[in-house]
Design a binder for this molecule. Sequence first.
Ligand code: SAM
Length: 241
Amino acid sequence: AQEIGGSDKEVVREYFNNTGFERWKKIYGDSTEDVNKVQLDIRLGHSKTVEKAILMLKDGGTLSGVTVCDAGCGTGSLAIPLAREGAVVSASDISAAMVAEARRQAEEALAGGEGITMPEFQVRDLEGLEGKYDTVVCLDVLIHYPLEKAEKMIAHLASLAEKRLLVSFAPKTLYYNLLKRLGELFPGPSKATRAYLHAESEVERALENVGWRVRRRDFINTQFYFSKLMEAVPVVAAADG
Ligand code: SAM
């Protein structure tokens, strides 16, 4: 694996083990206590991304027995419903706090469920991941990295995936760039980390460079949340239909 490292990663790790952990655990949770309007809006947007990702994945047939790598799993918002669908999930995150929370939520939500394989959780940054999976998913992680690092991450994730790769990211458009500069997006403590928008064409090119092509795409937005979701497949498999 190529080293992505550098200060961005350390800042991100530190953030998601501390302030970021508290903030995002709340946003991704379901309590309405101590959650402001912006956070509720982001919760809604993010839940739509998770829902759409699951729909894309289920469109390929049953998920029973399908191996899925959830890279940058956060509190398990995707890993848990995927396990419920019968997928064999390996979920990982750079933040130990996130992984502990995801494991706790998975145990609470899934224990004893029939036909359910408990997701395997590990603390690991995504460029350190190894092995092969039918599907690799990476939702809302690339926003923390500049283009050059994001490209390397995409290439590494693609190398782990045998059949498909789902990534979501905040798209760079004139409009969102302007909003971001005005500081209307990412309000509050999330400003502790930089947010990077990525042009759809650049993410697509990063995929093409490693022999993948985008098969489907979707765009999810609410007032304060926006995310482009792409499903990519290897070019060879795509030619087979
Ligand atoms: N994917 C999850 C979801 O959609 O619910 C969480 C999204 S959250 C905005 C971003 C997550 O990416 C955080 O949990 C953070 O710790 C993790 N992360 C950031 N950089 C990472 C890296 N290099 N490797 C693995 N995880 C990373």
